[in-house]
Design a protein around this ligand. Structure first.
Ligand code: PLP
Length: 374
């Protein structure tokens, strides 16, 4: 049985071209970019290229990129680097924990935090953001694409509302960059988070776009790398990998997006033939091309996931069982998803290496799981 990976939103495989680009920087070109000799220079050139490649993909300037160890670090840097006690922060109810947890921590340190709700499709309304703004609002953070349901937020509209009130905007684009076109100028954001391992680079590298002129306090102090905002000797091989992944994405983004939407159509058509009642969370919202969060009525996500795992299918659940209690994810709860569907929610996510026959086979195995659950 061929294992079927439908969990690209959790992480992607590293692309062979990315590995090839990285390899020299793990072997002969091992230099520290802070050194003035030949080894250092070669590392610096490679890092500069990675910076240009990422900047190119998101329409930023190379000097506006701060490399980090992951998206979580970039999110933390955006929040902790901006806010101090007495400031006000606005986030959405469906942010990743990499935003919600730092927001909670900041709240315990005296930052005022407002959480704006979402509608049934998981969408944040720019009007709700506008209503949440206060004279001391120093940051609004609304994600570009949701990891669980794939809903794409109206970040450009939100940024427009905020810029009219002189409030900086951060967006967590960890699930968006490399999957849909992301243009920091068109979005009008001040900061944007990137995750390497969601776009065929390795785990352990991410970035924060920081618009020229935006001041950010460092979280790590030391040698002053990354414009003094993120000290620590740069992870050259992984930065090269992220750069190569950006170049790859830039080459065929539209094709990939169209192909993944077609796989989604195919999956949806096949689901309808399986004879189970289901809903697609965020159905009426703009969504990522390779994400479908499906709520199967009257089933438990844990049972479906165990059945899928036994059939060598990897996917993720939108509900969980803790100490015998069934609970739905906070994202589905915020969307007010009907409980009888929410409890049976599975997130399927696919990408560059997913073939149409994988979708056919997934549907076949899903059908088998359902007949075993009956
Ligand atoms: N933000 C979003 C939207 C995510 O989906 C993820 C990972 O799932 C993260 C942040 C955190 O990424 P990492 O764990 O790589 O730091």
């Amino acid at each position: 049985m061929k294992p079927l990976y439908f969990d690209y939103n959790a992480t992607t495989p590293v692309h062979p071209r990315v590995i090839k680009a990285m390899r020299p920087y793990l072997t002969e070109d091992f230099g520290n970019p802070g050194c003035a000799h030949m080894w250092g220079l070669r590392a610096k050139q490679a890092m500069d290229k990675g910076r240009r490649q990422l900047a190119g993909l998101i329409n930023a300037k190379p000097g506006e990129i701060v490399f980090t160890s992951c998206a979580t670090e970039a999110d933390n840097l955006a929040l902790f680097g901006t806010l101090k006690p007495g400031d006000h922060l606005v986030v959405s109810a469906v942010e990743h924990p990499a935003i919600l947890k730092p927001a909670q921590e900041l709240e315990s340190r005296g930052v005022d935090v407002s959480v704006v709700p979402v509608d049934q499709n998981g969408l944040v309304s720019p009007e709700h953001v506008a209503e949440a703004l206060k004279p001391n609002t120093r940051l609004v953070s609304v994600m570009l694409a949701n990891n669980e349901v794939g809903t794409i937020q109206p970040v450009a509209e939100i940024a427009k509302v905020c810029s009219g009130r002189n409030v900086p905007v951060h967006t967590d684009a960890a699930q968006a960059v490399g999957k849909i076109g992301v243009d920091v100028k068109a979005l009008g954001v001040d900061m944007l988070t990137v995750a390497g391992h969601k776009m065929y680079a390795p785990k352990g590298v991410g970035a924060l776009y920081v618009r020229e002129g935006v001041r950010l306090n460092p979280m790590l102090f030391g040698g002053g790398q990354e414009h003094g905002v993120r000290s620590g000797t740069e992870n050259i091989a992984y930065i090269v990998g992220l750069g190569a992944a950006c170049a790859l994405a830039a080459e065929d983004l539209a094709n990939q997006e169209a192909g993944q939407r077609e796989l989604g159509e195919m999956f949806l058509n096949g689901l309808e033939l399986l004879g189970r009642e289901f809903i697609i969370h965020g159905q009426d919202a703009p969504r990522l091309p390779g994400t479908m969060s499906v709520g199967f009525r009257g089933l438990r996500a844990g049972d479906i996931l165990s059945g899928l795992a036994a059939n060598e299918v990897g996917a993720s659940g939108g509900a969980a069982c803790h100490a015998g209690e069934q609970s739905v994810s906070y994202v589905l709860a915020a969307m007010n998803a009907p409980r009888e569907y929410a409890l049976g929610t599975i997130r399927f996510s696919w990408g560059r290496f997913t073939e149409p026959q994988d979708v056919t086979e997934l549907l076949h195995r899903l059908g088998r799981v359902f007949s075993e659950l009956r």
